[in-house]
Structures are given as C-alpha cells and as structure tokens.
Design a protein around this ligand. Structure first.
Ligand code: NAD
Length: 489
C-alpha cells in the first residue's frame, strides 16, 4: 500500500486484495513533469502480473455479480466520501504526477465523487425487459455482468479517466483489471486500490497492474488474449486504439474505444463576442490543450473574424505558463519532453509550410505557451493529426455551411461546439457535424457522468455514461418460462 508521509510515494500493485511488487521485482521512477522530481516508485509489472490479476478477478467475479445492489451502492457512496476526504492530497498529486493546474485538479476532484454517487444509483438500474411472446411463454431480456472487464486508461485527465474506466464495469457487477498509464500510475491507478479497499470492495474485484515506460504491450496483450476478460475498455490515442482493436478482433473480444479528437469549434457571425473569446480560450487551453475534447480548429465566420481574432490573441497572450502548483497558472507543463518536442515540431512544420503564429509559439521550460495559428496549410502535420498541446488553428469561413464542411474535414469525430445566438441554427448545424458530442453555445470540453460520452469515426466507438454503459458492460440473455404445450411430433 502506498504511503504519503514521505514525499515519495512507495507504491505496490493491487492484486487479489493484496499489495504486491512486480513479479520481476523491478520498479521505475514516476516523475513530476514540471520539476523532474520523483513523485512515486512504482512496480514495473509484467505479463505474469496481468495474468495473476485476471485470475484474481475471475475468481471474485461471480460472487460480486451476485452481490445485492445495496452493497454495491454502499461501496460507491463510501468511495466518494473517502476520495473527498483526501481532496488536498489528490489535487497536489494531480499537479505533481500529471502537471494538472489547480483548476483542472479541482475539476477532476469534483467530477469523480459525482461519478461514484451516480454509479451508486446505477446499482438499482433496471437490468432487462419483458418481451411479448407469441408462444405464451413469459419472455425476458436479462442483462447480466460479463465477468471480467479489462480497463486501460491514459494519463491526461488521470483521475477522471481511470475512475471512468472502472466505475460502470464494477457497479454493473463485473470484476476489473485496471492498467493505468505509466505516466500517471498512482493518481490514475493505484490510488483506486486504496480508496475502494477502504470503501469495502471485496478482494479481487478490482485489480491494478502497473508497468514501466514503454512496457504496456505485454500487459495489453494479456488483457486482450486472456479468455477470462470478456470486454476491454480503452481510453487513449487513436494509434494505440487501432492496435488494440485489431487484436481484439482476432480474439473476438468486445471493446469500448475512447480515442483522440480533432475538435472543431464554430463561431458564427451572430455570436456574443466576449463569450466566444472566453469559451474558445478555455476550450483550447484548459490543461494546456491535453484533453481529448480540446478545441483544435476554431472556425469563425468572416463578419466577426477580425475582432474575434484580435481579442482571442490578446487573451491567449495573457495566459500564464509555469508551475501548476501555483494557483494562478493556466498553462502547466506538457507531460513529457517528447510531448513538448512533438508540439514544437508540429508548429514549426506548419510555419515552414506557411502558417502564421498570432500568439505564443515558444516553449518556456517544460511548458509551451498558449498558441494560436492562422493559415495552417492542409498538408501540414498539424492539420492532419491531433496535436496534444496548447495550440489551436483559426480558420475564417464565409457561411455556416462552409463551417460545417471544415468541421467535418477530419478523420476524427469526438467533440465539437457551435457558438451562436440563434439556437435553431445551432441545432441544425449540430445535426450535421460528424462528432459524438456537439455543444451548441459552448466549447467542446465538458463531461457529466450520466451523459453518453464517446466519439464517431477515428475517435472510437462505444459509450461511457451511466445508462449507455449498461449495454457495454453487460451481456443480454433471452430467458423464457413456458407452459406445457404440444409439439408437431
Ligand atoms: P496512449 O494511447 O499513448 O496511451 C493510453 C494508454 O494505452 C496508456 O495506459 C498506455 O500505457 C497504453 N498503451 C500504450 N500502448 C499500448 C499497447 N500496445 N497495448 C496496451 N496498452 C497500451 O495515449 P495517451 O498519450 O496516454 O493519452 C492521450 C490520448 O488519449 C490522446 O490521443 C487523447 O485524445 C486520447 N484520449 C481520449 C479520451 C476519450 O475519452 N476519447 C480521453 C482522454 C484521452
């Protein structure tokens, strides 16, 4: 079990209700992306650890599946309370482990207790239907837990996304093996072992396996190939999602894929300018643009473009980059040096091909300034791929129709926004935007536990969200109760 009395968290994996080292005995240092200090020492788990975790989950799954809803409800209500009682420590860890600013840390800290408390209600959700039968039989569609669910989470909104990956599967009666990111193994992973053990979740129902940098594949392979794991949920990049989906296909394994985004934000000519500027800055730069829903392509109608761009550039230039532990910092560090290099090279490539920088455009230590580009050419890497950092491209269009065409000119389809004072127009455009999520009169970043969250196209498939998740993490069974009746022979 981890301790926080010392500055460095000494962590173990959580398997079958025990805190255990890696089977190979190795550990790795989990570091602060701003200072480079060691935050935690984490077991560098192996495929064997993943197998042990899956077996522990399989052994615990039947009893947990048959556990009364009142018990499941109590576990989730208690988990919410335990998490809240650790708020200051968790927000500090989010800053130290994942570079989250105070604001983004608090956002996560508010979201997750709500997720748990809504899940407590899901314990009592209707799990099936009565279906009229022509045979006179009493026919039912009954949803049952699948057994073991594998969960692979990213580092970026570490607390929310790891919690989301285990919550619906657990409350629906499944046992879970969670593999957090090597970049957030504690606050996006092992922390849940501590919290759910204290909340009374039985041993083996939640298992957490960690691994060293670049060592995800063997654990992912075990989660995909082990027949005990019936459903896999993955949140992360489109590239990794594609690898896992291919393997899942070979193994006929169901999967929920929550992948990357290239999220458009349309600002129509009738928009309230101040609101549009504030919304755009928030949507593009919260958590230094390292959110799957971050606004990346700002599409503005020509009639207000000059004024909008001027005001947005001014606001962007005023966003403080620096230490995320200082409460007025808006732009914290990028998660790794490689992430920073990628952002720099994408901006440089766009500029070399003709883009103009109208705000930011420089690294400041491990941070990258909030940056706005215009005239980004279609052939630049920035225009083609998600760039996970505080950089947004502005495009000017002549009509709402052109705005929709530009919004859809991407392989991704996660989140989007349309800012307009004409709600009917906004709704009409919303029906034509190829994205799993459209917010009229808001920017793309936002989530609530009960909403059907997920993408289309290369942003994945499947939905989290308390009702949508029931279909993802249960099996539907057709069960009949008949009466004696004649047969033809
Ligand atoms: P990533 O794909 O690099 O890693 C995600 C997870 O997959 C991590 O746990 C990682 O260790 C693991 N992983 C990597 N290779 C693997 C393999 N071969 N087998 C099994 N697991 C493997 O993504 P990231 O950098 O951690 O996260 C950022 C990406 O996630 C961005 O593209 C972002 O848009 C996306 N994201 C999507 C959502 C969503 O809900 N749609 C939410 C957050 C982040």
């Amino acid at each position: 079990m981890a301790t926080v009395e010392t500055e460095i968290v000494e962590a173990q994996q959580f398997i079958g209700g025990e805190w255990v080292p890696s089977s190979g005995g190795e550990t790795f240092d989990d570091t602060d992306p701003f200072t480079g200090d060691i935050v935690a020492r984490i077991p560098a788990g192996t495929r064997e650890d993943a197998k042990n975790a899956i077996e522990a989950a399989a052994a615990a799954s039947e009893e947990w599946g048959a556990t009364p809803p009142a018990v499941k409800q109590q576990v989730f209500l208690k988990a919410a309370d335990v998490l809240e009682s650790r708020q200051d420590e968790v927000v500090s860890l989010l800053a130290r482990e994942s570079g989250a600013t105070f604001g983004f840390g608090m956002f996560q800290m508010h979201f997750v207790p709500g997720l748990f408390r809504q899940a407590a209600g899901t314990a009592y959700a209707s799990m099936g239907e009565i279906i009229p039968s022509d045979t006179g039989a009493f026919a039912m569609g009954i949803r049952r837990p699948v057994g073991v669910v594998g969960a692979i989470a990213p580092w970026n909104a570490a607390l929310i996304l790891s919690a989301r990956s285990i919550t619906a599967p657990l409350v629906l009666g499944n046992a879970v093996v969670l593999k957090p990111s090597e970049l957030s193994p504690y606050v996006g992973g092992l922390l849940w072992g501590e919290i759910f053990a204290e909340a009374g979740l039985p041993s083996g129902v939640l298992n957490i396996v960690t691994h060293g940098p670049g060592e995800a594949a063997p654990i992912g392979d075990e989660l995909v190939e082990n027949p005990h794991v019936r459903v896999l949920n993955f949140t992360g990049s489109t590239n990794t999602g594609r690898i896992l989906a291919e393997a899942a296909g070979r193994n006929l394994k169901r999967c929920v894929l929550e992948l990357g985004g290239y999220n458009p934000l349309i600002v129509l000519g009738d928009a309230d300018l101040e609101f549009a500027v504030n919304a755009t800055a928030f949507g593009a730069f919260l958590h230094q643009g390292q959110i799957c829903m971050s606004a990346r392509r700002i599409i503005v109608e020509r009639s207000i473009a000059d004024e909008f761009v001027d005001q947005l550039a001014q606001k962007t230039a005023g966003l403080k980059a620096g230490d995320p532990k200082e409460h007025d910092t808006i732009i914290g560090p990028l998660i790794t040096e490689q992430a920073l290099d990628l952002v720099k090279s994408r901006v440089d490539d766009a500029v070399a091909k003709g883009a103009k920088v109208i705000a930011g455009g420089e690294a400041v230590g491990p941070c990258y300034q909030a940056t706005l580009l215009t005239d980004v050419p279609e052939e630049s890497e920035f225009a083609q791929y998600e760039t996970f950092g505080p950089v947004a491209a502005i495009e000017v269009v002549d009509s709402p129709d052109e705005a929709v065409d530009r919004a859809n000119a991407t392989a991704y389809g996660l989140a989007s926004g349309v800012i307009t004072n004409d709600a009917d127009k906004g709704l009409e455009l919303a029906q034509r935007i190829q994205a799993g999520i459209v917010h009229v009169n808001d920017q793309p970043v936002g989530d609530e536990p009960q909403m059907p969250f997920g993408g289309v196209k290369d942003s994945g498939w499947g939905r989290f969200g308390s009702t949508a998740a029931i279909a993802e993490f249960t099996d539907m069974h057709w069960v009949t109760v008949g009466r004696p009746h004649p047969f033809p022979f």
